[in-house]
Design a protein around this ligand. Structure first.
Ligand code: UD1
Length: 380
């Protein structure tokens, strides 16, 4: 901890998109504690801006209003990344932080990291070292590049260190601290919204939850799954087959909503076991996830959250950058093959889903470990 003569460490924390919000919440909380040795600021790039994609998370998770909102909005990768970089640079120059902290793997992560490092401001990356080894994923590019230019790298699982060493990163800069997203999950479990309330709020009958198999939760938004109409139609037809076995609640990401409309398959979302809602807030999703018989998803975050909750997860991707959720947790990576998806679902519904244990250091205290490490490193 700092002494009274030392200036606090000025940490500029960056968020941009929905999955960043649950990672920054516990960090802002511990950084804001008097005596933390840190003076935090929060900058939102504006990559996600809708009430459902942003405000619901800030409100529910008690994240302070950002000190700065760059307001970039949606665009192609190049335009979005460039707009963030251009608007971020003067803000960085104006506040002159000691370090810039970025989380996760979205475009805001790499855009702000790149600006900071070129202005000589050390970059701290939270959730470093995850690799899918699939360079067709925009997030994989963002992860690899951010880790290359980061000064301190905080990892969520032990496998991450080997990935980083393979890319020539000095292990002395890498610290295994656990998972800040699971800090948020544990802190909010008691506040999770009961599933029946969430359904009612969206005009769906709570009796959906009362069948013998309970309910499943579905999320889908990866470009690889939703951008090609042929892939999307095949996947949605398979998921309709799943929904015939167990009712599926499906909060639809705006990207996916648009692709479903363009592919002309909106009728699949009307009843017959598949129940669409708008994107949900954190506490609503947590309640639906915790109470679910199974989760089908292509999200990175849900793979980890289901492992922490002990709920079986069927991952609709060919790979995962979060292998601990498979080796220790409840996750099965099945890809997009219809037969493989249905077989995995049938196993779970027959009561043969994976058990699992909570991975090391997913204990609700990752943010404190990051705070201690930052102060030790930059204010020795
Ligand atoms: C981004 C992240 C992805 C993350 C996902 C979670 C990158 C490269 N991708 O993907 O890693 O898993 O967020 O949501 O950073 N839109 C809205 N309202 C919003 C935001 C977006 O309607 O508040 C719509 C826009 O039409 C936009 C589309 O969603 O074009 C996609 O948004 P974008 O941020 O580009 O990518 P995501 O697919 O959300």
């Amino acid at each position: 901890m700092m002494t009274s003569t030392e200036a606090p460490l000025r940490v500029l924390n960056i968020v941009g998109a929905r999955p960043n919000f649950m990672k920054i919440a516990p960090l802002m909380r511990v950084f804001s504690d008097p005596g933390s040795g840190i003076e935090p600021r929060l900058l939102h790039t504006g990559q996600h801006y809708d009430a459902a994609m942003k405000a619901a998370f800030f409100d529910q998770l008690g994240i302070p209003e950002p000190d700065v909102d760059l307001g970039v909005g949606s665009a192609s990768h190049a335009r979005q990344t460039a707009a963030i970089m251009e608007r971020f640079e003067p803000e960085l120059a104006a506040w002159r932080p000691d370090v810039v902290l970025v989380v996760g793997d979205v475009n805001s992560t790499i855009a702000c990291a790149l600006v900071a490092v070129k202005r000589g401001v050390p970059v701290v990356h939270v959730e470093a070292g995850l690799r899918s080894y699939d360079r067709a994923m925009p997030e994989e590019i963002n992860r690899v590049l951010t880790d290359q230019i980061a000064d301190l790298l905080f990892t969520t699982e032990r496998d991450a260190l080997a990935n980083l060493e393979r890319e020539g990163i000095d292990p002395a800069r890498v610290h295994f601290v656990g998972n800040v997203m699971i800090d948020t999950l544990r802190a909010n479990l008691e506040r999770a919204r009961p599933p029946a309330e969430t359904l009612t709020a969206h005009g769906l009958p709570p009796r959906i939850l009362e069948g013998a198999q309970g309910h499943g939760l579905l999320t889908l938004h990866r470009p690889a799954n939703v951008d090609d109409p042929e892939v999307l139609v095949r996947l949605m037809e398979t998921l309709a087959g799943v929904a015939a076995r167990v009712p599926l609640i499906f909060p639809v990401h705006p990207r996916t909503r648009e692709r479903i409309r363009a592919a002309g398959i909106e009728s699949l979302l009307q009843g017959r076991g598949l129940y669409a809602t708008p994107p949900l807030g954190y506490l609503e999703l947590l309640g639906l996830m915790r109470g679910a018989r199974l989760v089908l998803t292509d999200s990175g975050g849900l793979q980890e959250e289901t492992t922490a909750l002990g709920v079986p997860c069927v991952t609709l991707r060919e790979n995962t950058e979060r292998p601990v959720t498979v080796s220790e947790g409840t996750n099965t990576v099945v890809g997009s093959d219809p037969a493989a998806i249905l077989a995995a679902v049938d196993e779970i519904l027959a009561g043969r889903g994976k058990g699992g244990r909570i991975p090391e250091l997913w204990d609700g205290h990752a943010a404190e470990r990051i705070r201690d490490c930052l102060v030790r490193h930059y204010r020795p």
